[in-house]
Write a protein that binds this ligand. Structure first.
Ligand code: ADP
Ligand code: MG
Length: 478
């Protein structure tokens, strides 16, 4: 096996275990450069990639390589900018690699569904809605408010058609009903690939019934639903006052249930609270297992944020997750929405999220929201006007005192902020070196010059510092 083949095989193993976009970004133009005994040297195109790969994927890379060649015991990284050059074909093109892989995957899945869809088409209508494989039981965070629904789904997925039939899940908007019901479908298909799983929203079911009546293919419509092994119906509150659809559902339900086929239903309310539904249906819905999803409590919200930020591959300060968990208390969907915005904004502008920026996002997404833990002044266009303002912002950002900034302590945790503050005052406010020296405890102007040039140099390659500076600049109102 050539080094390139080895690397491609390793990447094929790594690819399914991380998010597609991250995979494309971080592994693009990487290569195995050489083998030094049992050590493999991996080339990466930039220092930035180097830091990320080392930090997040080193273990995965070693594991993948060892699975392919047990003689490998470790890896090293080297940055070679030539790998990033377009004409250089040394590195792997992750985009085409992913394209090839997903082509394979799609084909495999389609075969199963094709049968299903074609059956329907022959009779003049399309059947199953697709399951989204993003939803599974492993990435559903369990807290004390959703432990039971999750466990019930797991039980159903392990043994469909067993005692929990039907499984009825209810709860408010955005609490994970669709996630769970689809996860059951995905899990069953994984455990029992031969089973026919049908997922449909109530809304879609109603449309199909109306269509079938209009076009007179009711008989084949009925037949279509009777041969499934697992029947998943999402948002059944939508059946309210749709009488012929209810009737159709009733017959389908009975037949499937009599044949021990698994049925899972979701709704925004409990069976007995379903208005406009036939009492016979209500009583059938309640005859298996009924579980309620509740809004996540603080700890669960924290756990969800932690997991989702891992999925998005960002590192959030605990202070920030804490702030979001305190302020976004409605549903998981809202929580996800805020997090998505926070991540997008920080990635687009290469800034670290701050309480202030997150508070602004929360406010933007929900105008009525009271913000806890931050005073958001409307139209807050605060900007730093002088050296004192900058020092205050820098000291708050780095959690050191202004005295530490102007003081003499040469430890890194004070030096870096001190020099950055001088640099920003010089570059953004254009104060003289002498004046800055005076503000920083009567330092000589050459000391300030030195601090500025050192910071400028570090800002060319220190990603962390670049981000810090960007964030502070925003706080300065720039
Ligand atoms: P519903 O159908 O109840 O309105 P969804 O299932 O669409 O809610 O959930 C909204 C979003 O929140 C989805 O992206 C889902 O993946 C996510 N979500 C909900 N609950 C959880 C949980 N416990 N763990 C992880 N993600 C969750
Ligand atoms: Mg839903």
């Amino acid at each position: 096996m050539t080094q390139k083949d080895l690397w491609i095989s390793a990447l094929r193993r790594i690819h399914p275990t991380i998010q597609k976009n991250s995979f494309i970004t971080w592994f693009n133009n990487t290569a195995i450069l050489e083998r030094k005994g049992d050590i493999v040297v991996i080339g990466v195109p930039s220092a930035y990639v180097d830091i990320w790969i080392r930090d997040k994927y080193k273990l995965k890379i070693i594991q993948a390589l060892q699975e392919l060649d047990s003689g490998i015991s470790g890896i090293e990284f080297e940055v070679h900018q030539r790998l990033g050059v377009k004409e250089n074909n040394e590195g792997v093109d992750t985009k085409s690699l992913v394209a090839v892989e997903s082509e394979k995957k799609v084909r495999k899945v389609r075969n199963v569904n094709e049968v299903n869809v074609m059956k329907g088409k022959d009779k003049g209508h399309v059947s199953s809605q697709m399951l989204n494989d993003r939803y599974n039981l492993h990435n559903f965070i369990i807290g004390k408010d959703n432990r039971l629904p999750h466990a019930a789904c797991q039980a159903v997925a392990d043994a469909p058609g067993g005692v929990y039939n039907p499984l009825y899940i209810y709860g408010g908007v955005g609490l994970g009903k669709t996630h769970l019901i689809q996860a059951v479908g995905n899990e069953i298909l994984k455990n029992y690939p031969e089973k026919i799983v049908k997922y449909i929203t109530a809304e879609r079911f109603v449309t199909e019934v109306v269509d079938a009546i209009g076009k007179r293919y009711m008989k084949s419509f009925k037949a279509q639903y009777r041969n499934v092994d697992v029947f998943l119906v999402d948002d059944i509150q939508f059946f309210a006052r749709k009488d012929s659809s209810q009737q159709e559902l009733f017959h389908t339900f009975n037949e499937l249930h009599d044949n021990n086929k698994q049925i899972v239903l979701t709704s925004d309310r409990s069976p007995s609270d379903l208005d406009g539904l036939d009492v016979r249906l209500k009583s059938r819905f309640g005859m298996g297992m009924v579980v309620e999803l509740l809004a996540p409590d603080f700890e669960t919200r924290m756990a969800i944020l932690r997991q989702k930020s891992q999925e998005f591959e960002v590192l959030l300060d605990p202070e920030i997750t804490d702030f979001i968990s305190n302020n976004v208390i409605g549903s998981v969907r809202e929580l996800e929405g805020v997090l998505r915005q926070v991540v997008a904004e920080s990635q687009l502008s290469d800034r670290v999220p701050t309480i202030k920026s997150v508070a602004e996002i929360v406010r933007r997404l929900n105008k009525a929201q009271k913000i806890i833990g931050y005073d958001l002044v409307e139209g807050d266009g605060a900007c730093a006007k002088n050296g004192q303002d900058v020092m205050k912002i820098v000291s708050e950002y780095y959690k050191v005192s202004v005295g530490d900034l102007t003081g003499k302590d040469r430890h890194k945790e004070y030096m870096v902020p001190r020099q950055l503050a001088m640099y920003l005052i010089k570059n953004e406010l254009d104060e003289s070196y002498e004046k800055i020296g005076g503000e920083f405890g009567g330092r000589n102007h050459t000391t300030v010059m030195h601090a500025c040039s050192r910071t400028a140099k570090r800002l060319r390659k220190d990603i962390r510092l670049i981000r810090d500076a960007n964030t502070i600049k925003r706080e300065m109102g720039l």
